[in-house]
Design a protein around this ligand. Structure first.
Ligand SMILES: Nc1ncnc2c1ncn2[C@@H]1O[C@H](COP(=O)(O)OP(=O)(O)O)[C@@H](O)[C@H]1O
Ligand SMILES: [Mg+2]
Length: 256
């Protein structure tokens, strides 16, 4: 079985990357898939969103070689989340140091793909990367390591320039670095059709990136609350609209 790798990316912060990574991971698990979520953001919020603590797992994943001892050590950082078949590798501030190491060693664009290849024989259906809002080495290598990329974009104001920047990066990686993956779609988040700004922002996204726009995730206060409590939306309120939207996103992702 081939493990599909998905990257959640946008150079802007606060657009729903972590929320989408965690909710999608849990949504896929609830549909019977085995998922490894990897937190590439030094803020370590994947762990907290799952009710766990940030730890330097990703630092070791990104800086260890592939000897049997190193692989055993890296594997020891794969954490169970308390949800069946949902595993994660936590990140914390040390991830910034991993970025420095990758760049100082002049590691190739394929470095993260190589790092995660040790998990390809573990009957995982998906590996999902949550990424930091920065370009500086890790994000490009994470995209390159991925088969599919989802770009969350907050539809509060006309913010879609962040989207253009990611799409530019994707096309450069395809053209210059022989990246074989593709954009799965742009995910409008914080959508609220009651506010003119939000509706205009979604129209703008549709106009500019028509076919790539996924069904929006509505603004939902409970998403913020449940993340603070360490519960995913699918356990906090599985019947609410945002939960249904993330379930639909999970079903959509499974078609690729
Ligand atoms: N659809 C939404 N409605 C309301 N709040 C949201 C929504 N998506 C995310 N949030 C909240 O907004 C904040 C930023 O979201 P987050 O997923 O952490 O963004 P990023 O990872 O891109 O920085 C978090 O507090 C999160 O709980
Ligand atoms: Mg985040």
């Amino acid at each position: 079985m081939a493990t599909k790798v998905i990257c959640i990316a946008n150079q802007k912060g606060g657009v729903g990357k972590t929320t989408s990574a965690v909710s999608l991971a849990h949504g896929l698990v609830q549909k019977g898939r085995r998922v490894l979520l990897i937190d590439l953001d030094p803020q370590g919020q994947c762990a907290t969103a799952l009710g766990r603590n940030p730890e330097p797992g990703v630092f070791h994943l990104l800086t260890m070689g592939d000897s049997p001892q190193e692989t055993t050590f890296v594997r020891s950082w794969v954490r169970t989340s308390g949800r069946e078949a949902l595993y994660y590798i936590p990140g914390d501030q040390q991830t910034m140091a991993a970025q420095t190491v990758l760049n100082a060693q002049n590691q190739p664009i394929s470095a993260i793909r190589t790092s995660i290849s040790r998990f390809f024989k573990e009957s995982l259906h998906y590996i999902i990367f949550d990424t930091a809002p920065s370009v500086g080495g890790i994000q490009e290598r994470a995209v390159w390591a991925s088969d599919l990329v989802i770009v969350p974009s907050a539809t509060e104001f006309l913010l879609s320039d962040g989207v253009s920047m990611v799409l530019l990066m994707l096309s450069i990686l395809q053209e210059k670095k022989e990246w074989r993956g593709k954009l799965l779609g742009i995910l409008p988040t914080f959508y609220d059709e009651q506010t003119p700004e939000s509706a205009a922002a979604l129209d703008d996204l549709r106009e500019r990136f028509s076919s790539s726009i996924l069904s929006p995730i509505h603004r939902a206060t409970i998403l913020r609350e449940c993340a603070a409590e360490g519960r995913t939306i699918l356990e906090a309120d599985p019947l609410c609209r945002a939960a249904k939207e993330y379930q639909a996103l999970s079903a959509h992702v499974m078609k690729f």
